[in-house]
Design a protein around this ligand. Structure first.
Ligand SMILES: Nc1ncnc2c1ncn2[C@@H]1O[C@H](COP(=O)(O)OP(=O)(O)O)[C@@H](O)[C@H]1O
Ligand SMILES: [Mg+2]
Length: 314
C-alpha cells in the first residue's frame, strides 16, 4: 500500500481532460488498495505540496500540456524529493517541444515529416506574407500548422492554400512563439503505448477520426472517432511501429509511460509525430484501450505505472 499524491487539473488548456483522467486514476488507485491524496496544481500548489510532503510516498502527475507535462512539475518533485511516475525533467521537456523532439528523432534515424519552423520574431522581421510564401515553396500544400508546445491538437490546422496558411500561422502564433509547419501526410494514424518499468509495448492502435485529423473534438467526443486495436495492419508493419515507438521513447529518455503517435502513408512509410509523456488516462483513453486488448485491466495499467515511479537522474 502506498500513499499516492495525485496531481491533476492545473492551469493549462487541457485542465478539463486532466481532471477526467485524474478521477479515473484515483478510483483505480483506491481499487488497488492505495491511499490517494488529490491535489489540484493551481496557485497554492507549492505551499500545499510542502505541507503534504511527509504524508505521501509517491506522486502521480496526470496533467497534460504546459506546466504539468513539460518538465516543470517534474523538477519541483525532484527538488522536493518525492519519487514520481512517468518521465523525468529532460525527457518531459523534450517531448512537449515538437521541434526539439524532431531534432533528436532525426539524429537517431527515426523518420519524421519534413517541416519548417517559424519563430514569432521572424514574422516581425520578415513579415507574414514573405514567410508564408517561403513555407509554401518549401513544403507545398496541403501542410499542417502546429504550435510547438501544445497538445490535444489545440491551435493545429490543415492548410490547403496561402490564405489558410497565413490564418493558421497567426492563430498558432497566438499560442506559442514557435510554430512548426509540416508536410501533410496522407494516410492512416497509429499510436503505440509503452508502460511500466520493463517498457511493455502495447498493441498498435489505429485512430480513424471522422474529421480527417484527430482534433480536439474528435479526441473528446464519443462516436466521432473509431479506434481499432490491434490495428488491422500487416504483422510486419505492426512490429516496425512498436520498434520505432520504443526507439523514440528511449531516444528522449522517457520512462514509466508514453504514447507515441505516428502517421503511415499509402506506401507504408512511417512518420513519427510526437511522444505524449502523460497520455490521457480515462477508461476510454487510448493506453487503457490498447492494454485491454492484451487483457490488462485499467487498474493493472495504473498499477504498472505506479510501480515504475522513482526520482530520476535528470
Ligand atoms: N504531418 C501530419 N500529417 C497529417 N496529419 C497530421 C500531421 N501532424 C499531425 N497530424 C494530425 O494532427 C493531430 C495532432 O498532431 P500531433 O502532432 O499528434 O499533436 P498534438 O496531439 O500534440 O496536438 C494528429 O493526431 C494527426 O491527426
Ligand atoms: Mg498527438
Amino acid at each position: 500500500m502506498a500513499r499516492v499524491l495525485l496531481l491533476m487539473g492545473g492551469l493549462s488548456r487541457e485542465r478539463e481532460v486532466s481532471l477526467r483522467s485524474g478521477m479515473a486514476v484515483s478510483s483505480a488507485l483506491k481499487e488497488l488498495g492505495h491511499v490517494v491524496v488529490e491535489l489540484d496544481v493551481r496557485e497554492d500548489f507549492l505551499a500545499r505540496l510542502l505541507e503534504l510532503k511527509g504524508e505521501v510516498d509517491v506522486a502521480f502527475p496526470i496533467l497534460h500540456g504546459r506546466g504539468g507535462e513539460d518538465g516543470c512539475l517534474q523538477a519541483v518533485l525532484e527538488l522536493a524529493g518525492i519519487p514520481y511516475t512517468g518521465s523525468g525533467v529532460l525527457a518531459s521537456a523534450l517531448a512537449i517541444n515538437k521541434y526539439m523532439s524532431k531534432l533528436v528523432f532525426r539524429a537517431k534515424g527515426i523518420p519524421v515529416a519534413d517541416d519548417v519552423v517559424i519563430e514569432k520574431r521572424d514574422i516581425i522581421t520578415e513579415g507574414l506574407e514573405r514567410m508564408v510564401q517561403g513555407v509554401a515553396l518549401d513544403l507545398g500544400f496541403p501542410c499542417i500548422v502546429k504550435p510547438n508546445r501544445e497538445g490535444s491538437t489545440v491551435g493545429t490546422s490543415v492548410c490547403r492554400n496561402l490564405d489558410d496558411l497565413s490564418q493558421g500561422l497567426e492563430s498558432a502564433l497566438d499560442l506559442d512563439d514557435t510554430v512548426i509547419v509540416e508536410e501533410y501526410i496522407e494516410g492512416r494514424e497509429m499510436t503505440v503505448g509503452i508502460i511500466g518499468e520493463e517498457n511493455l509495448l502495447l498493441p498498435v492502435l489505429e485512430i480513424r477520426a471522422s474529421k480527417g485529423i484527430y482534433d480536439y473534438e474528435c479526441k473528446y467526443t464519443k462516436g466521432m472517432t473509431e479506434y481499432l486495436v490491434p490495428a488491422p495492419i500487416e504483422p510486419k508493419l505492426s512490429q516496425q511501429l512498436q520498434e520505432m515507438a520504443l526507439k523514440a521513447h528511449l531516444s528522449l529518455g522517457c520512462e514509466g509511460v508514453s504514447r507515441v503517435d505516428f502517421m503511415v502513408d499509402g506506401e507504408g512509410e512511417i512518420y513519427c509525430l510526437e511522444i505524449n509523456t502523460i497520455p490521457g488516462m480515462t477508461e476510454l483513453s487510448l493506453i487503457p484501450k490498447a492494454a485491454a486488448a492484451i487483457g490488462l485491466t485499467f487498474p493493472q495499467v495504473v498499477g504498472k505505472i505506479l510501480a515504475s515511479a522513482r526520482l530520476k537522474a535528470i
